[in-house]
Design a protein around this ligand. Structure first.
Ligand code: GDP
Ligand code: MG
Length: 365
């Protein structure tokens, strides 16, 4: 009989849970975790193609995309209807929204797409509900809002589900560089002291991942989980904040207690029903998306007062696309003024990366 992957995973997880983590066990745990990660990868591959699809092929639109994530009935559809032009179905019972509903919120000149992502239930990462499909959409958003209910305290389990699917909230990818080589085994170098990880553990984990001869340079004080993340690849790092809805259901005393309890999460407290906290939430969404302002200066003119709002890191090409569908085909060159230019009127190509406050003139055929 073929050994059941789920069973093997359970056993490994149990052993990891039951082994205390210290200097003596670190090597062993590292190896177990690497094996576990490989098994999960296999399980995911086997699970592919079984999903029902449909409704999840949402097209990204606007200047940035925000995913609204939360268990059923926290008020996602209600909030989406309040913030955007969408008409999402609101109901008293669970699982009302089966498809991802997009809406556009206009704020400070930016068109921000907000997706109501239903179907995240406990156990989603392990394939329950339609979690897998939802999580595949979550991976491409620019910001995740974790939405909770004032009467339920399950924001933390939601984050665990996302973690289990390879989504890292408010984290940076660790600085690790691996180079394969012809011989010499595995060579570990680090530019900082590794307080959680022996070099031998690094080597063993890399071996589980199939490395025989390679050099690895580690520039952050990483954990074994972060090393495995790097080896496994296909991790996404997304900014996030949380929102607690339905504060109208709490009295002042209970609300104060909840605020203290969730202190570390720094959530925005709202009541869509009573319209409380909505303006504050809109502003926080905008501020979290890391936009920049780019001014346009058409030929022969002095320049626009109204800036274009684009994501940080946008290029001249992104500006062209935003202005007109055929601008990029007719593009000859651009002239720029401001922070990203070496001198005023510098001539640049489509790949030039712009900076906050730049002025751009696009020359087309
Ligand atoms: N008391 C209260 N109820 C709300 C609030 N926002 C939404 N609801 C109700 O919560 C229920 C579930 O809302 P819905 O938007 O369908 O939740 P979803 O499953 O997360 O999309 C509905 O009965 C809403 O009217 C709120 O701020 N306060
Ligand atoms: Mg809904």
């Amino acid at each position: 009989m073929v050994p059941d992957i789920a069973e093997e995973i359970d056993e490994l997880e149990k052993e990891i849970r039951e082994t205390p983590y210290n200097k003596a066990t670190q090597f062993h745990i590292g190896k177990l975790k690497a094996k576990l990660s490989k098994l999960k990868e296999k399980q995911e591959r086997l699970g592919e193609g079984t999903s029902s699809g449909g409704g999840y092929g949402v097209k990204k639109e606007g200047d940035a995309t925000v995913g609204l994530v939360g268990y059923p009935s926290v008020g996602k559809s209600t909030l989406l209807n309040e913030l955007t032009n969408a008409k999402s179905h609101v109901a008293e019972y669970h699982f009302t929204t089966l498809d991802v509903i997009p809406g556009i919120m206009n704020y400070e000149g930016a068109d921000i797409q907000i997706l109501d992502l239903p179907g995240l239930v406990k156990g989603a990462a392990a394939g329950k509900g339609r979690g897998r499909e939802v999580l595949s959409v979550i991976r491409v958003v620019d910001l995740i809002i974790l939405m909770g209910d004032a009467l339920r305290r399950d924001i933390d389990t939601m984050e665990d589900e996302l973690e289990a699917m390879g989504i890292r909230l408010n984290k940076k990818p660790p600085d690790i560089v691996i180079k394969k080589r012809d011989r010499g085994g595995i060579d570990v170098g680090s530019t900082v002291e590794l307080t959680n990880l022996e070099h031998e553990t690094v080597k063993e984990v890399m071996r589980v991942y199939g490395y025989i001869n390679a050099s690895i340079i580690i520039r952050d004080d990483i954990t074994v989980d972060e090393l495995i993340d790097h080896l496994r690849g296909n991790r996404v790092y997304i900014p996030s904040f949380s929102v607690i809805n339905k504060v109208d259901t709490l009295n002042d005393e209970d609300l104060t207690e909840l605020e203290e309890y969730l202190n570390l999460w720094d959530p925005t407290f709202i009541s869509v029903k009573e319209g409380a906290g909505i303006e504050e939430l809109k502003k926080r969404i905008f501020d979290s998306l890391d936009f920049m302002r780019i001014y346009l200066r058409p030929q022969g003119e002095k320049g626009d007062d109204e800036p274009l709002i684009v994501k940080r890191g946008a290029t001249v090409e992104d500006i062209c696309k935003k202005l007109h569908s055929d601008f990029i085909d007719r593009f000859r060159y651009a002239r720029i003024w401001g922070p990203s230019s070496r001198f005023p009127q510098q001539q640049v190509g489509p790949d030039h990366v712009l900076e906050e406050g730049d002025t751009v003139r696009i020359i087309i055929r």
